[in-house]
Design a protein around this ligand. Structure first.
Ligand code: PMP
Length: 364
């Protein structure tokens, strides 16, 4: 045992609990636990990765200009107000590292993403969890949680694992009500999946209006690039300038930059993936409702299937695992009676729906 002690607070940081990707005794699994895109990356992104490979002896761009230009063009944003990171996780880390420290409080909501308290503690700050109401972010609860020490508020919209969307008007009310020295981080990891009939711009207008609002996005979900690790943030120029000072100069590889840029530019493939997700999401929700498993209206690429209680959710999970189907238990997110299920392709959706139907019929 080493005699060398880590810095104070480090041993209070929980280790991130990733979902399973294997089941003992099952050679092939259907993984519906990590909100990955069942269709994989765009073929154009794969071709760009292959084309970038011969240049791996060269250091990558430090300013990510070409990737930022692509994101800016597609989203109608100013490229100088963008920053790219190793997954959106890294962009979130730049924010906590730059703006919070010992003695500061970081607010996140009851069912919020589990990296938020980890990132707060990594920065030496104190994570403060505020309640939600019926699995929905409650702006008044957030505002009640604000103290003199609050420096940053994390909001996932749409939510994970809740799958629901906090209406734009409520996010605007939060942005307007928070004191201007507190950073509001709108994490839009699932923004691409929001139903087109809903008014939603991912937070762009709020970032443009309020200098203390930041928006983060990822290539890991709709773009099918979870393994590549690329995310981005949009903020006021002075915030981007601060974040660039804590960013490693070569945080993204040649491969990452070229692949993510090609994925961003392939709008046709993104549209296909989002449309397939919408189709199988609605189908799955209807099938589960028919066997007595309700889901809140999902605006993401997963659904939150609610059972009678934790025992029933765990028994259903066990049956699915016996068929090699991996979904996510969300007891750790405070919803023990639910299972979070990534929307798959047709085969995956039919397999998980059949498993849940058999479980409910067997249980009767
Ligand atoms: N925010 C939310 C809400 C997420 O669910 C995830 C991925 N699980 C992330 C951020 C981080 O994603 P990545 O680092 O892959 O961009």
């Amino acid at each position: 045992m080493t005699q060398i002690t880590p810095q104070p607070g480090i041993m209070d940081i929980a280790l991130y609990q990733a979902g399973k990707s294997h089941v003992a005794g099952q050679a092939r699994v259907l993984k519906l636990s990590a909100n990955e895109n069942p269709f994989g990356p765009s073929p154009k992104a794969i071709a760009a990765a292959q084309a970038a490979a011969p240049d791996l002896h060269r250091y990558p761009s430090t300013d990510h200009a070409s990737l930022r230009a692509a994101i800016a063009e597609v989203h109608g944003l100013d490229p100088d107000r963008l920053i790219c990171g190793v997954g959106s996780d890294e962009v979130l880390q730049f924010l906590t590292q730059s703006y919070t420290g010992p003695g500061d409080e970081v607010i996140y909501t009851e069912h919020g993403f589990s990296m938020y308290p980890i990132l707060a503690r990594q920065a030496g700050a104190t994570p403060v969890c505020v309640p939600e109401t019926e699995r929905q972010v409650d702006v008044d609860q957030i505002l009640n949680g604000v103290t003199d020490r609050t420096r940053l508020v994390f909001l996932t919209n749409p939510g994970n694992p809740t799958s629901t969307l906090l209406p734009e008007s409520e996010v605007a009310r939060l942005a307007e009500s928070l004191p201007k020295h507190i950073l509001l981080v709108i994490d839009g990891a699932y923004a691409e999946f929001v139903r087109p009939e809903v008014s939603f711009d991912g937070g762009v207008a709020l970032v443009n209006k309020h200098p203390n609002v930041v928006m983060t996005r990822t290539f890991s979900k709709a773009y099918g690039l979870g393994g590549l690790r690329v995310g981005w943030g949009y903020a006021a120029r002075d915030i981007i300038d601060v974040l660039n000072r804590v960013r490693q100069p070569f945080n993204l590889s040649n491969l990452s930059l070229a692949t993510a840029e090609a994925a961003m530019r392939d709008r046709e493939y993104l549209t296909f993936c989002v449309a397939e997700n919408a189709k199988w999401r609605d189908w799955l929700v209807t099938e589960l409702a028919a066997v007595g498993v309700p889901c809140d209206q999902s605006q993401t690429n997963f659904i939150l299937a609610r059972f009678a209680d934790q025992d029933e959710a765990e028994a259903c999970d066990a049956l699915l695992q016996s068929r090699g189907i991996i979904v996510r238990k969300v007891a750790g997110y405070g919803i023990p009676e639910a299972l979070r299920i990534t929307v798959g392709d047709e085969e995956g959706s039919r397999a998980v729906a059949a498993g849940i139907k058999d479980f409910k019929e067997g249980a009767r």
